[in-house]
Write a protein that binds this ligand. Structure first.
Ligand code: BGP
Length: 479
């Protein structure tokens, strides 16, 4: 008998800016992602202030889900998806973020997408903001650094809640909200990069601004959650956090303490606010020691208390080690930092693969909060090869996913209330960190390449048929 619940939400996840394309179609405005060029593991992508004719912007066409959603959702249905996590492009609905009225054509697109999901009995799981803030808000307000964004975000939320209330029940406010704590999060998430042009990794880090921006996002998220609960009591509202398990590299108590501090600030801080409804005690000292002083309005504490989420969701790709010792090897290729774990192997992009870390994380999360949990991103970014037989034999991806699902099953046996699993990039799409197509996660191969060529045709990989069997047996048959 399967250990997963009967109504377990098997599916896959994508983000509008990474797969829709049609970046300026039907009234859509530019988002921050549309101002990012392509890059690679070795050569970082750039944020540019204007669209430069000499550069390539991968989000502009991406894999053209905008025009091919029917074919793609039909393929998801063929795999047996119960849910499909996607995001709404804020700039399709409010092109600059500041209009009084929404863009009807943008709204109609998601009408069609959600209706298509429903046709196949697929439950949409919608991220309201997934790394695609209107670029006009960066220019006018320096993104979430300005409290004014709360109003604009709420207007957007109210519009989409009202419009899709009968189609969408599960909502996540901000993708990977704790990315805002890392320097690169300024481009991906907080949008605090007004006037910046250059490689994404070289944005000047301004912690005061970063935490102020996050505060505004917490308030905006809580207000959206509260509004949804008040007006649409059947909605289920979730947070979305990056969770990368961290281990002390040595048993040196100094390493254990450093690891605990890292864990608190990187993994727990944002969800403590969003799940428990208040800033956790450990932030007080951290803010004092780092010269951070937040501007809060008198009503903010009550808002945070009243806008707590119903379920916890997270992305899980890797774990890291933490040490105070000098000279240890850094783990490469991820935004989280950390040191190499001698017991783990890494992906081609240097992300340390740790399936047991997923079981550990699920236990930590459920033990702390006791609310339903969903893994809404997980997967292996790899260089796939289209073989001579016209197929992609991605046994390495199957191995990765199998090992993680096995550990999810263990976590369920440990008592975790796990309600769903949506592996990342269920169809190949543009990488968020590097802007390349070559880093593929999908069950479905897309003929689109880093030089912009490719006929965009879709091709199920070996993992497609494997995952179909996994879903059909509710996670029992993983062979
Ligand atoms: C998460 C993001 C996604 C996604 C994924 C894989 O951080 O929420 O948008 O892209 O990671 O990362 P990458 O695309 O950099 O391989």
């Amino acid at each position: 008998m399967s250990v997963f619940r009967e109504d377990f939400l098997w599916g896959g996840a994508c983000a509008a800016n990474q797969f829709e394309g049609a970046w300026d179609a039907d009234g859509k405005g530019p988002s921050i992602a549309d101002m990012c060029t392509n890059g690679s593991h070795e050569c970082p992508k750039w944020l540019t202030k204007t669209i430069r004719p000499d550069r390539f912007y991968p989000s502009h066409e991406a894999i053209d889900f905008y025009h091919r959603y029917e074919e793609d959702i039909a393929l998801f249905a063929e795999m047996g998806f119960k849910t499909f996590r996607t995001s709404i492009n804020w700039t399709r609905i409010y092109p600059t973020g500041m209009e009084e009225e929404p863009n009807e054509k943008g709204l109609e697109f998601y009408d069609r997408v959600f209706a298509c999901c429903r046709k196949y009995g697929i439950e949409p799981l919608v991220t309201i903001s997934h790394y695609e803030m209107p670029f006009a808000l960066v220019e006018a307000y320096n993104g979430w650094a300005d409290r004014k964004l709360i109003d604009y975000f709420l207007r957007y939320c109210k519009t989409i809640f009202e419009r899709y209330q009968d189609q969408v029940k599960y909502w996540l406010t901000f993708n990977e909200i704790n990315a805002g704590q890392m320097p690169m999060g300024a481009i991906l998430s907080t949008g605090t990069v007004r006037g910046y042009e250059g490689p994404v990794g070289q944005v000047v880090d301004r912690p005061q601004e970063r935490y102020q921006a996050l505060h505004h996002m917490f308030v905006a998220s809580a207000l959206a959650v509260k509004y949804a609960h008040d007006h649409y009591p059947w909605f289920r509202m979730g947070n979305m956090n990056i969770f990368a398990a961290v281990y002390p590299l040595t048993p040196d108590p100094a390493d254990v303490l450093e690891c605990q501090r890292n864990n608190q600030m990187i993994n727990w801080f944002c969800s403590d606010v969003q799940v428990r409804g208040a800033y956790p005690s450990y932030t007080k000292r951290y803010f004092e020691e780092h010269g951070i002083s937040l501007q809060k309005e008198p009503e903010d504490d009550a808002i945070l208390r009243e806008g707590v989420v119903d379920f916890y969701t997270f992305s899980y790709y890797m774990s890291n080690c933490i040490t105070t010792h000098k000279g240890e090897a850094k783990a490469s290729g991820n935004v989280m930092g950390g040191y190499k774990n001698p017991y783990l192997k890494s992906s081609q992009w240097g992300w340390q693969i740790d399936p047991q870390g997923l079981r550990y994380s699920l236990n930590e999360i459920y033990g702390r909060y006791g609310i339903p949990v969903m893994v809404v991103e997980n997967g292996l970014g790899a260089r796939d090869v289209l073989e001579e037989d016209g197929k992609v034999h991605d046994s390495y991806r199957i191995d990765y996913l199998r090992q993680h699902i096995e550990q999810m099953a263990e976590a369920v046996k440990d008592g975790v209330d796990l309600i769903g699993y949506t592996p990342w990039g269920c169809i190949d799409l543009v990488s968020a960190s590097t802007g390349e197509m070559a880093k593929r996660y999908g069950f479905i191969y897309v003929k689109k390449y880093d030089d912009g060529t490719g006929d965009l045709s879709r091709l199920p990989k070996d993992s497609f048929y494997w995952y179909r069997k996994v879903i059909a047996t509710n996670g029992e048959d993983l062979d």
